[in-house]
Structures are given as structure tokens and as C-alpha cells.
Design a protein around this ligand. Structure first.
Ligand code: AMP
Length: 316
């Protein structure tokens, strides 16, 4: 899309150049001044409101103007581009236009400004007032007011587009065709550059598409390989886990068995000790008993021999 802002003070020749430009570049011409005047003619609410400002040489409030321009743009969905004539006239209008066009996937290509001295403007406007009968072009006070409003409120819009490197000034004094040619030269240079960058973009897109096509199978195999590797790793990890679990279980069992053995050994030892003690006691008892038996036997034999001796003595 080719969207051009045709800029300049009242009487700079914006209307005249717009008519020629739309013919050459097949653009839609949107002049806010023309739309207001049509509304005034048809006595619409918008027309009545706009008249109260236009008659005094003041700007119609931004809100009203922006809304009106956007609805006019929306009436041309198939437009190859627009020439905005007399809009934006304030910083707020310029920002709103950018936002609006951005929402449509487009933007302003350039601002073409017709530069004309104030004295020349006054002459032209008064002449136009006589020829066309436009009320705001017939009163010198209203003309001056419009020039003042332009300097105060509209001139800052130049800086807005200058910052975006979209401002192109053209001398607006001279023959209509000469001025037109100068404007066309700027537009054509812009279009050539736009076409170049567009074709560069297409080539870049194509090479990027080719590259990505080449990369797709590589990427796919890489993904597959990565997946397999991941699976293997997970398997290994789970195997390791289960192995760990098993060894833990085995270790536990072994530990239990060992513990059992140990306790068995201990009880065996204990019982052996007990038995040994008992046996020792029994042996000791037996020995004591034997000794006691022997002593008793000795005593009885002693007694018997004493008895025998005493018996022998008595016989004698
Ligand atoms: P023009 O025909 O462009 O000189 O506009 C005629 C009058 O319409 C101006 O003096 C303003 O009062 C009003 N007008 C046109 N365009 C705008 C705009 N963008 N913002 C505010 N008022 C405008």
C-alpha cells in the first residue's frame, strides 16, 4: 500500500496536486476539509458542528476528525493506498493515524510537504475565495487565523514525520506540473526502494524456506535420535533403580540371615555355657560325694578294727 500525507499550509496547493497524484498512482483521495464541506452542504450533525469551527478559522476537535477519517478509510477496503490531504493537522491526529494504519497492517510511506511563504498563501486564498465562493477564503481575518493555527498546531506534525525519516519538502511555488513532477520523483524513488526491499525480502524468505526445508529432515532425525537416547537413558535409569532395589532387598535378607545366625550362635553358646556349668556342678557334686563316701567308709573300717581289737583284748 502507498499511503501519502500531503502536507502544507492552507492555500499551498494540496488539493490541486492531490487530484493529479491520485490519477497517476491510483490512490484514494481523502481530504478532511472536503468531507467537512460535504457534510455542511448536506446539513448533517457533523457538518453543523464542523461549520462552527471552520467559520472561525479553527480546527475541528481531534476526536471528531479522527473518527470521521477512520470511517472514511473503512469505506475503501480495496484501496491500493491513500492520499491524506489536510490530515493529520495535529500531533494527536498523526499518532492516531499511525495506530489506525498499523491495525490494518500498513502505515504512512511518506509526508510530502508543499512549502509556500505566508504572503503567497494570503494572495492565493483570497483569489480562491473570489473564484470558489468559499467563505473561509474570503475573510482576511479568518485566513490569518488559519495560518496562525497552522503554525502553532500543525507545524509540529512535520517533526513527527521527520523523526521517522518520512518528511520530504517540495517548493510549492511555481508551475503546477513542475511541482507535480518534483512530487512524482520523490514518490517514484520511494516506490523503487520499496520494491527493492520487497524483492530482497522475498529472496531472503525463499532462501530461509529452502534452508528450513533442508533442515527439517535433519531436525526430524535429530529429534528421533534424541528421543531414542532419552528412552534408553530412562530405561537404564529404571534398570539401575530396580537393580538398586533388588540389591537392597537381597542385602536386607542377608542381613536378616546373618542376624539369625548370630542369635543362634549366641543362644548355642549360652546353652553350651549353661550346660557346661551344670556339668561342672554335677562333676563337683560327684567328687564331693565320692570323697564323703570314702571318708565314711574309712570311719566304719576304723570302727570295726577298734571293735575287733577290743574284742581280742577281752578274750585274753
Ligand atoms: P481545508 O480545506 O483543508 O483547508 O480545511 C478547511 C477547514 O476544515 C479547516 O480550516 C479546519 O477548520 C477544518 N479541518 C480540515 N481538516 C481538519 C483536520 N484534520 N483537523 C481539524 N480540522 C480540520
Amino acid at each position: 500500500m502507498l499511503n501519502i500525507v500531503l502536507f502544507g499550509p492552507p492555500g499551498a496547493g494540496k488539493g490541486t496536486q492531490s487530484a493529479k497524484l491520485i490519477n497517476k498512482y491510483a490512490l484514494v483521495h481523502l481530504s478532511t476539509g472536503d468531507i467537512f464541506r460535504a457534510n455542511i452542504k448536506n446539513q448533517t450533525a457533523l457538518g453543523n458542528l464542523a461549520k462552527s469551527y471552520i467559520d472561525k478559522g479553527q480546527l475541528v476537535p481531534d476526536e471528531v476528525t479522527i473518527q470521521m477519517l477512520e470511517s472514511e478509510c473503512n469505506k475503501h477496503p480495496k484501496a491500493k493506498g491513500f492520499i491524506f490531504d489536510g490530515f493529520p493537522r495535529t500531533h494527536a491526529q498523526a499518532a492516531a493515524l499511525d495506530t489506525f494504519l498499523k491495525s490494518k497492517g500498513t502505515g504512512i510511506g511518506m509526508m510530502l510537504a508543499l512549502e509556500v511563504e505566508e504572503e503567497e498563501l494570503r494572495k492565493r486564498l483570497l483569489l480562491r475565495g473570489k473564484e470558489s465562493g468559499r467563505a473561509d477564503d474570503q475573510d482576511p481575518a479568518v485566513i490569518q487565523k488559519r495560518i496562525d493555527v497552522y503554525n502553532a498546531e500543525t507545524m509540529p506534525v512535520k517533526a513527527y514525520y521527520n523523526a521517522q525519516k518520512k518528511y520530504f519538502g517540495v517548493n510549492g511555488i511555481g508551475k503546477i506540473d513542475a511541482i507535480f513532477n518534483n512530487l512524482c520523483r520523490i514518490i517514484d524513488t520511494y516506490l523503487q526502494a520499496a520494491a527493492k526491499s520487497a524483492s530482497k525480502k522475498i529472496v531472503a524468505k525463499k532462501t530461509a524456506a529452502k534452508k528450513s526445508k533442508k533442515l527439517v529432515p535433519v531436525k526430524k532425525t535429530a529429534k528421533k535420535v534424541a528421543k531414542k537416547q532419552a528412552k534408553r537413558m530412562v530405561k537404564k535409569a529404571t534398570n539401575q533403580k530396580t537393580a538398586k532395589k533388588i540389591t537392597k532387598k537381597v542385602a536386607k535378607k542377608q542381613a536378616k540371615r546373618v542376624a539369625k545366625k548370630v542369635t543362634i550362635k549366641k543362644t548355642v553358646k549360652k546353652t553350651a555355657k549353661k550346660l557346661a556349668k551344670k556339668q561342672v556342678k554335677q562333676v563337683v557334686k560327684k567328687i564331693i560325694a565320692k570323697k564323703a563316701g570314702k571318708k565314711a567308709a574309712k570311719k566304719t573300717t576304723k570302727k570295726a578294727s577298734i571293735k575287733r581289737i577290743t574284742k581280742k583284748g577281752k578274750r585274753r
